[in-house]
Ligand binder design. Structure first.
Ligand code: CA
Length: 232
């Protein structure tokens, strides 16, 4: 699938840096600018697929970007607003912003909003063929990356976000052995998974996707080493 471009319009370098790291990890091509003029130039030049738009910018307001880019058909956008500035949110949504998030926010929440918005846009524009490429299949287990859904033999399994991430990482690398510390490295962007809770996540995951959790067919234990996904 073609990589999507996202434009961050924000004049606080720290916020830009964090968001850039998170969004790049989502496979997005990330550009950034701190000004209204820069945003309009980037929109004209590279036509991003989405923008993250702060209200307070070097030379004006994020609302100006919405006003002045709207004539170009509008770029799907998520506003960053201060908690107190309800009027900004209302005006922004009226000007065509798709969503907003209030500062301070967690980068993971913003990434979830970005995914959700791409998903809503994808519902309108992507073809069935494109969607099919966003699935991983291992035997009777199917992971739909776009819709964040897992099915075993056609029956939905209701995974938590952490379980979904563990499963996706293993399933995209079938047969590869992941040590606990390797898994933690790859998953632990917020430091909220610890070695002692990893095994519990794995056990919960098995209860949801294994026909017999005591005799796993998918998420296999490699004794003394870690875990791996069976080969398809
Ligand atoms: Ca700002």
């Amino acid at each position: 699938m073609e990589r999507k471009r996202i434009l961050i319009v924000e004049d606080e370098p720290q916020i830009v840096g964090v968001l850039q790291a998170y969004l790049e990890r989502e496979g997005l091509i990330v550009e950034s600018t701190g000004s209204v003029a820069g945003a309009l130039a980037a929109i004209a030049q590279t036509r991003p697929d989405m923008m993250i738009l702060d209200i307070t910018l070097e030379d004006g307001s994020g609302l100006d970007v919405l006003r002045q880019s709207g004539a170009n058909g509008g770029i799907p956008s998520i506003m960053l607003t201060a908690r107190a500035e309800e009027s900004d949110r209302i005006v922004g949504l009226e000007l065509g912003a798709d969503d907003y998030i209030t500062k301070p926010f967690s980068p993971r929440e913003l990434v979830a909003r970005v995914r959700a918005l791409f998903r809503r846009l994808g519902d309108r524009t992507s073809t069935a063929a494109q969607r099919a490429t966003r699935k991983t299949r291992v035997a009777e287990l199917e992971i739909d990356h776009e819709f964040h859904e897992v099915q075993l033999s056609g029956k939905p399994a209701n995974l938590t976000a952490t379980e979904f991430r563990i499963l996706t990482l293993l399933a995209e690398n079938p047969g590869e052995v992941f040590t606990r510390s390797h898994l933690l490295d790859r998953l632990n962007d917020d430091g909220d998974i610890f070695e002692r809770t990893l095994d519990r996540h794995i056990n919960n995951l098995r209860k949801k996707i294994e026909p017999d959790p005591h005799n796993p067919q998918y998420v296999l234990t490699v004794y003394g080493v870690g875990y791996k996904m069976r080969r398809p």
